[in-house]
Write a protein that binds this ligand. Structure first.
Ligand code: ZN
Length: 233
């Protein structure tokens, strides 16, 4: 599995920490504040990722837009996305503006939130984080959960916005992906013992993934298993 910030070393120096100070127990939602690309193929996440590879001011774990999920950093690395809470959180940037959720086309919002939900749900499962928004006070008291950047830095940040579609996000996260997982895991298992078929599986997923972007409906664990360099052929 590739990570954008590792593949594109920042010419200005490291913009994240290689290790974490604490175990992961929170997920922070952001908007990148770029102009959303709502017409045709969405280049928003690609541009935000590219910005992330050159700025030293911030870093985060995943960037999403309507048609891309770009993994920026391994979860084990500490991104710089939320003052005071980086060591125990994962950060996801959605390629749009916090103030404009009500202005974006409904299909763009739906597709983008689907991608966010895919990533956040996988994180919840991996790190035993309840699929629930919690307050800063709750987080400070040791609870696990999902927060807005604005919840943790209210004097400086408003993202992902007062009109952020939280209900839609949780609705998407509740969608059962079990069958999809089973199908894809079968594909990986079946191809695992066979170099030729593994090659085709890999090419198929790479084709789907268009480089570093992995489509929303490919569960992260599966993509990671297939794209992992431990499979040599
Ligand atoms: Zn933010």
């Amino acid at each position: 599995m590739s990570f954008y910030l590792l593949d594109h070393p920042n010419p200005n120096g490291l913009s994240y920490s290689l290790t974490r100070g604490e175990p992961i127990r929170g997920i922070v939602l952001h908007t990148a504040e770029n102009v959303a690309d709502t017409i045709g193929p969405d280049g928003g996440a690609e541009r935000v990722a590219s910005y992330g590879a050159t700025t030293r001011r911030a870093s985060w774990h995943v960037t999403v837009d309507k048609d891309s999920i770009i993994y920026m950093l391994p979860d084990r690395m500490q991104a710089w996305h939320v003052v005071g809470y980086n060591s125990s959180t994962l950060g996801i940037e959605q390629a749009c503006q916090a103030s404009k959720w009500k202005e974006y086309p409904a299909d763009w919002v739906d597709a983008t939130i689907t991608n966010t939900a895919t990533v956040v749900k996988q994180w919840c499962e991996l790190y035993d984080i309840p699929m629930k928004r919690i307050s800063r006070d709750e987080y400070d008291s040791g609870k696990r959960g999902i927060l807005a950047h604005a919840d943790l830095d209210p004097s400086r940040r408003s993202d992902p916005g007062k009109d952020y579609p939280w209900d839609l996000l949780f609705e998407k996260m509740e969608t059962d992906m079990t069958e999809f997982y089973i199908e894809l895991e079968k594909l990986v298992t079946e191809s695992g013992g066979n170099a030729r078929s593994l090659f085709y599986t890999l090419e198929l997923l790479r084709g789907l993934a268009e480089g570093v972007s992995i489509p929303a409906n490919v569960p992260r664990a599966v993509a990671e298993a297939v794209l992992s360099p431990k499979h040599t052929y």
